[in-house]
Design a protein around this ligand. Structure first.
Ligand code: 6PG
Length: 469
C-alpha cells in the first residue's frame, strides 16, 4: 500500500479496469474501488506492484488513500448507480475534491449532479470516454466538461492516457457543466448514423452487385486506405473476413439482424427535436434499430408483399458509386451532428469550440475518421460555422459525390432495396440547400384551418386570410 495515490477509480468492470491500467501504464499511481472482492483481487494480481496499482472493497480505505485534492473517476453504469456512488463518497470527501463521471450519463443528470455537488464544494465533471474497452486500455478519446480551474488537476492524467493524433492528445476541456456528456451523446448519435450507412452499403453491394463477404472485405479494406479511412470502415472489413466457428462460411451471415441500443442515439434525436435542429440521418438510424427489433412482424410482412428482384448493376460502376455515396452520407451525418452541437452550445451556454471537438475525435473514439481532419480545418477557418455544408472546404467534396448518392438511391428505390439512411442523407442535402421549399403551402394550410397567420415574401408583417368555406 502506498501512502497516497494520484488517482482513484470506482467501478472495476471491463472499462474501469482497462482505464485504470492505462493510467498506471502512464506512471500515475492509482487505486480502484469495487464492491466485488473478485474484481479487486484480480486487479491487484494483474497490477503486480500495489504501490502503483491497488484496489479495495472498502470505500473509506479508498478515499483515505488518495492525495489532495482527490481525483476520483466513476466508470459505473449510467443512471441511479452514479447517484448512489456519489452519496457513498460524499461524507468521505473534502472541499475541492473532484469526481469525474466517465459513463454515458444523460446531460441533464450531469447538470443536476454538478449543481448539487458545487454547493458542497466538490467539483463534478461529466467526461465522455469513447473507444470501448480496447480504447480505455490503449488510449480513448475523452470529452470532459465541468469547472475549468479544477480541470487543471486531472489534465495531466487525461492527456497521458488519451489516444494521440500525430502526438496531440485526444482530450480537451470542452466547457462548463454537462458540455462533455453532451458532446459524447452527439458523438454516439453520429456513431449510429455512420453504422447505419455502412450496413446499408454492405447490403447494397450484396444485392446489387452479388459481392461475397471476402470481396466486400477487400473493398472495405481498400476504402479504409482512402478518404473513407475510419474505425467503422476498418472494423467492417475485419468483420466480413471472420470465419464462423460453428459452420462453414462467415460469422456475419449467422448474426441475427436485430440491433440493440442503450439509448444515447435516441437521446441525441430527442434533444435535437427539442432544439429544433434537423438530424434526420441520425433519427433514421435510431428508427432502423427499432424496425430491426420487429423481426417477427418483418417476417410476417415480407410474406405479404412482393418486392422487385434486384437487377444487378455493373460491378465497377457500383463499387465506385458506393464509395462516393458512403463518403457523401458520412459528411451529411457529421454535418448534422456538428450542427446540433453548434446550436446546443448557445442554448446551454457550453461555448464549445467545434474545431477542438473535431480534433479530439480524430483518434481513440468510435467515430474517428480521416474526415475529422477536414472538419477540424473547416471550424478553424470559420469557428461559428452553423453547418459544414456552408464551408467552402466541403462544397467540392459534396458536389463531387452527391451524383453517386442520387444514382444509388434511385436504383435502390426501384429495386426494392431499403437505403433509409442514404436516401435520407440525400433528401436532407436537397432540402437544406433549397432556397425555396414548399412550406409556403403548410403556412397557408395552417392559416386556412386554424387562423395561424403567415408571413409574406413581398412585404413585412403578419397576415391572415379569410379563405372561405
Ligand atoms: C463509445 C461508444 C459506447 C457505446 C456503445 C454502445 O464511444 O465507446 O459510443 O459509449 O456505449 O457504442 O452503444 P449502443 O448500445 O447504444 O449501440
Amino acid at each position: 500500500m502506498k501512502d497516497k495515490y494520484d488517482f482513484g477509480l470506482v467501478g472495476l468492470g471491463v472499462m474501469g479496469r482497462n482505464f485504470l491500467l492505462n493510467v498506471a501504464d502512464n506512471g500515475f499511481s492509482i487505486i480502484g474501488h469495487d464492491l466485488d472482492q473478485k474484481k479487486v483481487n484480480a486487479l491487484i494480481d494483474e497490477g503486480g506492484d500495489t504501490a502503483k496499482v491497488n484496489a479495495t472493497t472498502h470505500i473509506q480505505e479508498f478515499t483515505e488513500a488518495l492525495g489532495a485534492p482527490r481525483s476520483i473517476m466513476l466508470l459505473v453504469p449510467a443512471g441511479h448507480i452514479v447517484d448512489a456512488v456519489i452519496e457513498s463518497l460524499l461524507p468521505l470527501l473534502d472541499e475541492g475534491d473532484i469526481i469525474i463521471d466517465g459513463g454515458n450519463s444523460f446531460f441533464t443528470d450531469t447538470d443536476r449532479r454538478e449543481a448539487y455537488l458545487r454547493k458542497k464544494g466538490i467539483n463534478f465533471f461529466g467526461a465522455g470516454v469513447s473507444g470501448g474497452d480496447k480504447g480505455a486500455r490503449k488510449g480513448p478519446s475523452i470529452m470532459p466538461g465541468g469547472n475549468r480551474d479544477a480541470y487543471q488537476h486531472v489534465k495531466p492524467v487525461f492527456e497521458a492516457v488519451a489516444a494521440k493524433y500525430h502526438g496531440e492528445p485526444c482530450v480537451a476541456y470542452l466547457g462548463p457543466k454537462s458540455a462533455g456528456n453532451y458532446v459524447k451523446m452527439v458523438h454516439n448519435g453520429i456513431e449510429y448514423g455512420l453504422m447505419q450507412l455502412t450496413s446499408e452499403i454492405y447490403d447494397l453491394l450484396k444485392k446489387a452487385g452479388g459481392l461475397d463477404n471476402m470481396e466486400m472485405h477487400h473493398l472495405f479494406a481498400k476504402w479504409n486506405a482512402g478518404r473513407l479511412q475510419s474505425f467503422l470502415v476498418e472494423i467492417t472489413a475485419a468483420i466480413l473476413a471472420r470465419p464462423d466457428e460453428f459452420n462453414d462460411g462467415h460469422l456475419i451471415d449467422f448474426i441475427l439482424d436485430k440491433a440493440k441500443q442503450k439509448g444515447t442515439g435516441k437521446w441525441t434525436s430527442q434533444n435535437a427535436m427539442d432544439l429544433g435542429i434537423p438530424i434526420p440521418t441520425i433519427d433514421m438510424a435510431v428508427s432502423m434499430r427499432e424496425i430491426s427489433a420487429l423481426k417477427a412482424e418483418r417476417l410476417q410482412a415480407d410474406a405479404l408483399y412482393d418486392r422487385p428482384r434486384p437487377a444487378h448493376m455493373k460491378k465497377d460502376e457500383l463499387l465506385e458509386k458506393a464509395e462516393e455515396a458512403l463518403y457523401f452520407s458520412f459528411i451529411m451525418t457529421y454535418a448534422q451532428g456538428m450542427h446540433q452541437l453548434a446550436d446546443a452550445s448557445k442554448t446551454y451556454g457550453y461555448d464549445l469550440d467545434l474545431a477542438v471537438v473535431a480534433k479530439i475525435w480524430r483518434a481513440g473514439c468510435i467515430i474517428r475518421a480521416g474526415l475529422l481532419a477536414d472538419i477540424t480545418e473547416a471550424f478553424i477557418a470559420a469557428p461559428t460555422l452553423p453547418n459544414l455544408l456552408l464551408s467552402p472546404h466541403f462544397v467540392p467534396k459534396v458536389t463531387e459525390t452527391v451524383p453517386a448518392a442520387r444514382e444509388l438511391v434511385s436504383y435502390a428505390a426501384s429495386n426494392g432495396i431499403p437505403l433509409p439512411g442514404l436516401s435520407n442523407a440525400l433528401t436532407y442535402f436537397d432540402a437544406y440547400t433549397s432556397s425555396r421549399l414548399p412550406l409556403n403551402m403548410i403556412q397557408a394550410q395552417r392559416d386556412y384551418f386554424g387562423s395561424h397567420t403567415y408571413e409574406r415574401l413581398d412585404r413585412e408583417g403578419i397576415f391572415h386570410t379569410e379563405w372561405g368555406a
